[in-house]
Design a protein around this ligand. Structure first.
Ligand code: RAM
Length: 902
C-alpha cells in the first residue's frame, strides 16, 4: 500500500517564522498521497517549549477527529516573549493509514511587550549632524562579549528605513525594513538570529538609516516628514551564554554616529553615492571611531511596536540588460527587456572620481528617445562616484525604481563592457509564487506574464498603484480589484494580513476608509483629484472585499474575525451617507476611473456614481452577511442579508425601468448589475443581452475603467456570453488587453491608451506603464478559461471546482496550476476538432466538483475507462445539467476525454 506523508508544515503561513506576535498561531500542513480519494480523518499536534524535546510537551492536541489540515489554531498556554517553540504533526486518513510524526518545525516569538525594551530610540546629536541632512546616517556600537555564546537575537527597527551589520557582515537580506505601516499606530520590529555573527571579545553593530516612507518625500514634491521629523533607530541584542546568563546590548546614548558615502537616498528621488567617502570597516570592532559624534535619545513611543508580519522585501531575481541602445538624441540606454521594479547593480573598474549617472524610465518615446515625462517629480536617478583602484560593486539601498530602460551618463565604454557591468535586481515582498496560467494564444500568455510582473512590481510591502512616478501609494481601489488575481499568482495571505491591519488602524472613527493605506493623503494633501476624497465607492469597499477574498483564498478565520468590526463599520458608514439609507448618492467618488466613456478631459467614466456606489453597497452588505455566517453571528447575518435585499430592491427602483432595462447604457453599469446579482429573471436576461450587444456593437471592444473592467468577462461568461468574453480577450486592436501587448508592453498599463496607436503618449501627467488594476482579468483566466475554481462554502479549495469553458475559436488549450493551501491543483484542457482532453489534479484532503461542458455522461472516458464506471466504484454518480456533466471526485489525478456534443 502506498504511503501517507506530510510536508510543508507552516505556522502563520510561514516556514519556521522568527519573531512572531503573541497571538495564538495557526498551523497548516499538506498531505502527500498517491491514492485517490485520500482524506485526513484525524490529526495530532505536539508543541514543545524545549527545543525539539517532545518528552516535555507544552501542548498536545491529542488525536482530534477532523479533516482540518490548514489554519489549525494552537490551543496551548499563552505564548511567552522571545521563545522558540517546536512542533510536529501526525495524521491519519480514511484508508486507515498514519503518516507518522512529521519533521520538526518551529516558530519563535519576538519581543512581545513594550516594557521589555531596554533600548532607547536614538538619533545622531543634532548639534553635530543636521537631522534633516540628506545623507544616510551611520550609527555604531562597539561592545565586548564573553565566551560561550549559545544564542543571540537582535530586535531592531527604525523611524525611517534601515540596514544592520554585525562585525562587517550584513544581518539578513531584508530590504526596506521595517516596512511601511501606519507608523504612528503600528510600527514593525524585525527579529534576527545573529548567533553565528558574534564572537567573544570585541564586537560591533552598525546601522544605516535613511528617510524612507517615514520622513522622506511622499505623494508630491517637497511633501516630507509625514510620520515624524527625525530618523531614529531602536535596537536590542540579547546574547545568551552556555552558563545560562544573558547580556543585553541596547541602543542608547553611548552609540556613535556619522555620515558616510550615501549622500542621498530617497524613494522617489533615487540615490547619490560617493564611494570615496566609504568608511571602510565601520561595522567592525577594530574600527577607529575618531571624529564620530554621540547619539542622543529621542522620545519616540514603544506602544505601537509590533513584530514583522509579512515576508520581507528581498532581491528576488536578477535580470541582465538585453541590449545597448544609442538613441536618436545621442543617449546611451540599456534595455532590460522587461519593465521591472528594483535597482541596478554596477560592477566596474574605473578611475577614482568617475561620476556615473543612471536615470530610469519605463518606455522610450515615439522617436525612440529616453522618456521620463510620466515620472512627474520622481527623479529615479542613481549617481555613483567611484573610488577607483579595482573592481567595485554597488547597488543603491533605500530607493527603488520602476523601469525597463536605463540611461547611462558619465561613463563611456564599449557596448559589451556596458552589458557586462550592469544587472537589474528585481525587488518585492518575498511571497511564494503559487499560480501559473497558460494557453494556446501566445499574446494571452504574455498578458498573463505582464499581470504577474505588475504584481511583482507593486507588491513591495504595500499593494501600490504604481512603482515609478511620485505616487507609489496603497490605493484601496486598485488593491480591491486585483486581490483575487493576486491570490492566484502568489501566496498573499501574510501580505494582505499586514495591509488590512493598517487599513483598520487608519479607518476613520465614523467608519470611512481613506483612499490610500497607509493613509498619507489625509485631508490635506492634494493630488490629481484636487484634495483627495476618502471613502469613495469601490475604493473604501476594500475594507470588506479584501478580508473576504483573503478568507476564501486561505481560510484564515482569525483574520476575518479581527477585520470584522472594520468591515461592519464601513457598511454602516455607507448606510449613513445617502439621502436615503439604501441609496448612496452623496460624496466624492472616483467613479469608473479612467473608463473610455468619460467626457473629454475627465478621468471619470460615464456610469453614474450613485449607481456604482449603491451597487457596491449591496455587494458589501451581502459579503458581510457571508462573513457573519462564517463567524456564527446569526443576528448580524440576518441583518445584513435583509439590508442587501433592501438595497437591491432600491437599486431596481432607481436604476432599472419597469420593463427591465438598465437606466444607464454603459458597459460598466451592466457589468455591476449582473456581477453583484442586482437584477433577476427577465431583467437579468435583458441586462446580459444588452451588455453583449454593447460589446458587440463596439466591435468587441470595451469601454470600461477600474470599476467595470475587472468583472466584464465574468459577467459575460456567467450569463451565457462566454464567446463574447473570449473575443474581448483576444481582441488586439485598441482598446483591449492585448493592445498593449502588441505594443510591446511587459507590464499592465494604467490607461488603455498609455501609448496611442500613432505612438504618442496619452499624457505626461498620469501615465503609468505598471499599474496592475486592469490585470484583474487574471482571475477570470484562472477560474473561467482554465476552469480552476473553488466552492466558497469550503474555502481555500477544500472543495475545488473544475469548470473549464471552451469559448470560441480563440483558444484550443488552457492550463492553470495552483499550489493551494492543500497542495497542487491543476486543470489543463485541450480541444481538437471537438475532441476534449482534460487533465485534473485534486490535492489530498480535498474533493472536487467537476463540470464537463458539452459532454454526455455515457460518452466520457476517464483514464481509458467509462467515467460512469469509475464513479460507480466510489459510489458516486454524475448528473447531466445545462452546464454539462457534473460530478464529484476525491483527491487524485484524472484524465477525462470526450467529444463535444454539437
Ligand atoms: C491615481 C492612482 C490610482 C487610482 C487613483 C484614483 O492617482 O494611480 O490608480 O486608484 O488615482
Amino acid at each position: 500500500m502506498t504511503k501517507l506523508k506530510l510536508e510543508a508544515l507552516t505556522c502563520n503561513y510561514r516556514v519556521n517564522p522568527l519573531g512572531t506576535d503573541g497571538e495564538r498561531p495557526h498551523f497548516s500542513w499538506k498531505l502527500l498521497s498517491e491514492r485517490r480519494g485520500t482524506r485526513q480523518t484525524s490529526y495530532r499536534i505536539q508543541v514543545s517549549g524545549h527545543e525539539a524535546d517532545f518528552t516535555r510537551l507544552l501542548w498536545d492536541s491529542g488525536k482530534v477527529d477532523s479533516e482540518q489540515s490548514i489554519q489549525v489554531l494552537y490551543g496551548g498556554p499563552d505564548l511567552r516573549s522571545q521563545t522558540r517553540y517546536s512542533y510536529r504533526v501526525n495524521v491519519w486518513d480514511n484508508y486507515g493509514r498514519e503518516s507518522g510524526w512529521s519533521d520538526v518545525a518551529w516558530w519563535e516569538t519576538g519581543l512581545l511587550a513594550a516594557n521589555e525594551w531596554k533600548a532607547s530610540w536614538i538619533t545622531p546629536d543634532p548639534e553635530h549632524i543636521d537631522p534633516h541632512a540628506k545623507p544616510v546616517f551611520l550609527l555604531r556600537k562597539h561592545y565586548k562579549l564573553k565566551s560561550g555564546i549559545v544564542r543571540a537575537r537582535m530586535y531592531a527597527t527604525a523611524a525611517g528605513v534601515y540596514e544592520v551589520f554585525v562585525n562587517g557582515s550584513r544581518v539578513g537580506d531584508a530590504l526596506f525594513a521595517p516596512g511601511w505601516t501606519s507608523y504612528n499606530k503600528r510600527h514593525q520590529v524585525q527579529t534576527y538570529d545573529v548567533t553565528g555573527l558574534l564572537k567573544s571579545g570585541g564586537n560591533a553593530i552598525g546601522v544605516m538609516v535613511g528617510d524612507g516612507w517615514y520622513k522622506g518625500e511622499l505623494v508630491k514634491k517637497d511633501n516630507r516628514n509625514y510620520y515624524g521629523s527625525q530618523r531614529a533607530v531602536l535596537l536590542q541584542l540579547h546574547v545568551r551564554y552556555k552558563d545560562g546568563s544573558e547580556e543585553v546590548i541596547a541602543s542608547n546614548s553611548s552609540w556613535k554616529c556619522a555620515t558616510g558615502p550615501v549622500l542621498l537616498s530617497e524613494i522617489y528621488a533615487g540615490e547619490l553615492y560617493d564611494a570615496r567617502l566609504e568608511r571602510s570597516g565601520w561595522t567592525t570592532a577594530q574600527y577607529d571611531e575618531e571624529g564620530w559624534c554621540a547619539a542622543v535619545v529621542c522620545s519616540l513611543p514603544y506602544a505601537q511596536l509590533v513584530p514583522q508580519e509579512n515576508e520581507p522585501v528581498r532581491v528576488i531575481e536578477t535580470l541582465y540588460p538585453q541590449a545597448v541602445i544609442h538613441t536618436p538624441a545621442g543617449e546611451c540606454v540599456l534595455d532590460m527587456g522587461q519593465n521591472m521594479v528594483g535597482r541596478m547593480r554596477l560592477t566596474l573598474n574605473v578611475p577614482a572620481g568617475t561620476h556615473i549617472k543612471l536615470r530610469h524610465a519605463e518606455v522610450l518615446d515615439k522617436e525612440g528617445n529616453f522618456y521620463t515625462g510620466n515620472l512627474r517629480h520622481a527623479e529615479q536617478a542613481v549617481e555613483y562616484i567611484a573610488k577607483g583602484g579595482g573592481t567595485e560593486s554597488y547597488a543603491p539601498c533605500f530607493t527603488f525604481q520602476g523601469f525597463r530602460y536605463v540611461k547611462v551618463e558619465g561613463w563611456q565604454a564599449a557596448d559589451n563592457v556596458l552589458l557586462g557591468s550592469f544587472a537589474g535586481e528585481v525587488i518585492h515582498s518575498d511571497m511564494e509564487q503559487t499560480g501559473e496560467f497558460s494557453c494556446s494564444h501566445p499574446l494571452v500568455n504574455r498578458l498573463q506574464q505582464n499581470i504577474v510582473w505588475g504584481q511583482r512590481g507593486n507588491f513591495l510591502d504595500v499593494p501600490t498603484d504604481c512603482p515609478q512616478r511620485d505616487e507609489r501609494l496603497g490605493w484601496t481601489g486598485d488593491a480591491q480589484v486585483f486581490i483575487r488575481t493576486a491570490a492566484f499568482n502568489y501566496q498573499v495571505g501574510p501580505f494582505f494580513t499586514k495591509w488590512l491591519r493598517d487599513l483598520k488602524a487608519d479607518q476613520r472613527p465614523d467608519g470611512g476608509v481613506p483612499s490610500v493605506i497607509p493613509d498619507v493623503l489625509g485631508n490635506h494633501v492634494s493630488g490629481t483629484m484636487g484634495t483627495s476624497p476618502h471613502s469613495s465607492a469601490a475604493w473604501g469597499d476594500a475594507a470588506v472585499i479584501c478580508p473576504w477574498i483573503t478568507y476564501i483564498s486561505f481560510a484564515d478565520i482569525r483574520l476575518l474575525e479581527s477585520q470584522y468590526e472594520s468591515m461592519k463599520a464601513w457598511v454602516d458608514f455607507v448606510r449613513g451617507q445617502g439621502e436615503d439609507e439604501l441609496l448612496w448618492n452623496t460624496g466624492k467618488h472616483y467613479g469608473d476611473w479612467l473608463a473610455l466613456d468619460a467626457k473629454e478631459n475627465s478621468y471619470i467614466g460615464a456610469t453614474p456614481k450613485d449607481l456604482i456606489a449603491t451597487a457596491y453597497f449591496a455587494y458589501c452588505a451581502s459579503l458581510l452577511q457571508k462573513a457573519a455566517n462564517v463567524l456564527k453571528r446569526t443576528d448580524d447575518a440576518q441583518y445584513y442579508s435583509e439590508l442587501a435585499e433592501r438595497i437591491k430592491a432600491r437599486f431596481n427602483e432607481e436604476f432599472v425601468t419597469p420593463s427591465g432595462r438598465l437606466a444607464s447604457p454603459t458597459q460598466t453599469a451592466h457589468v455591476l448589475a449582473l456581477q453583484f446579482g442586482l437584477v433577476e429573471g427577465g431583467a437579468r436576461e435583458r441586462t446580459a443581452r444588452e451588455l453583449n450587444r454593447l460589446v458587440e456593437e463596439n466591435g468587441y471592444r470595451l469601454t470600461t475603467g477600474f470599476v467595470g473592467t475587472p468583472y466584464l468577462c465574468q459577467a459575460l461568461s456567467d450569463n451565457g456570453y462566454h464567446e463574447t468574453a473570449v473575443k474581448l480577450l483576444v481582441q488586439e486592436s485598441y482598446p483591449s488587453w492585448l493592445y498593449s501587448v502588441v505594443k510591446g508592453a511587459t507590464t499592465i498599463w494604467e490607461h488603455w491608451d498609455g501609448i496611442k496607436p500613432d505612438g504618442s503618449f496619452w499624457s505626461d501627467n498620469m501615465n503609468s506603464f505598471n499599474h496592475y488594476a486592469y490585470g484583474a482579468i487574471g482571475d477570470w483566466l484562472y477560474r473561467y478559461v482554465a476552469g480552476l475554481d473553488m466552492n466558497e462554502a469550503e474555502p481555500a479549495y477544500k472543495r475545488v471546482r473544475i469548470h473549464p469553458r471552451f469559448g470560441a475559436d480563440g483558444l484550443s488549450t488552457a492550463r492553470a496550476v495552483l499550489n493551494s493551501p492543500y497542495g497542487r491543483i491543476e486543470s489543463a484542457w485541450r480541444i481538437d476538432n471537438g475532441q476534449v482532453e482534460l487533465s485534473v489534479i485534486v490535492p489530498p484532503n480535498t474533493s472536487a466538483e467537476i463540470v464537463l461542458p458539452g459532454a454526455r455522461l455515457l460518452e466520457v472516458a476517464e483514464g481509458g475507462r467509462l467515467l460512469a464506471d469509475v464513479l460507480a466504484e466510489h459510489r458516486q454518480t454524475a448528473a447531466e445539467t445545462t452546464d454539462g456533466v457534473r460530478f464529484l471526485v476525491g483527491s487524485g489525478r484524472y484524465h477525462f476525454s470526450y467529444r463535444l456534443t454539437s
